[in-house]
Design a protein around this ligand. Sequence first.
Ligand SMILES: [Zn+2]
Length: 320
Amino acid sequence: MPSATGEPHAIGLDIGGTKIAAGVVTAAGVVLDRTQVPTPPADQAATLAAMVEVVDQLRARHPAVAAIGVGAAGLVEWPRGRLRWAPHNAYRQLELRRLLHERTGLPTIVDNDANAAAWAEARFGAGAGSDDLVLVTVGTGIGGGLVLDGAVYRGDAGLAGEVGHMVVDPRGDHCDCGNRGCLEAMASGNALGRAGREAAARDPDGRLATLAGGPERVTGEIVFQAATEGDQTAVGLFERIGFWLGVGIASVITIFDPDVVVVGGGLVATGDLLLVPARASMERYVFARAHRDLPPVVPARLGADAGLVGAATLALRTGR
Ligand SMILES: [Zn+2]
């Protein structure tokens, strides 16, 4: 979709629970301009209006924008672009692709946010050049995206790749999705905070409880802080969630045989605290360890831009 003024570019939007991040992105994945607004709470019409406003604002500065790509959390039907449901967002059965196209007149695609981020990491980020990449985003929850044979793999209706809701322990902790023992329930930032509160309750004079000002106030960030100070309880909690993360990664490697596994999301900032135990249990539980080369398990490189860069470049590629 070349424009008269040079390299084609598109607007990418990343719809999160708290903010809508948007940027003007070139086909080479370069962000030329960006803006963000808060996600209106629990209101679909206001959320759509906020997206249209962000698009209008960016188009006024970049009239040659050729397409819109949206990455949204939750179950997104592909190629229809209907937001079916998300555990942490208000939208239900929202026909976002059609509505955005009607309001803007631009070709529009809407994909799952982690699918878009996986595409960006496979093209421009930690897996640049990879044709077979698995992205696992570990934040409040756990998201996942698959790039297989050089294309985003979405399954039949667009619902594939939900690595975070793969059950790793049916007798494990309850998940926000209603299931039990999902990877997200065992290895996310929420899981870390919960494990931290339990540990602090057992040891109310320990470092975790002291740092937080009470056992019930312990968060994932507090556990991270205590672990970086060398508190052994906190380090042990990272070993525990890293263990489960590695169990999940082992299964996706066993199924998809990727050439790289990229770990993104807020928790990847904790670095080796999370990734060292994750790599160790991945090695332990992957199928046929002695007869295969393991893919590297590496931190994501595009950070918070991955979703909007992926969505925009998918829109330029797909254009509909
Ligand atoms: Zn779940």
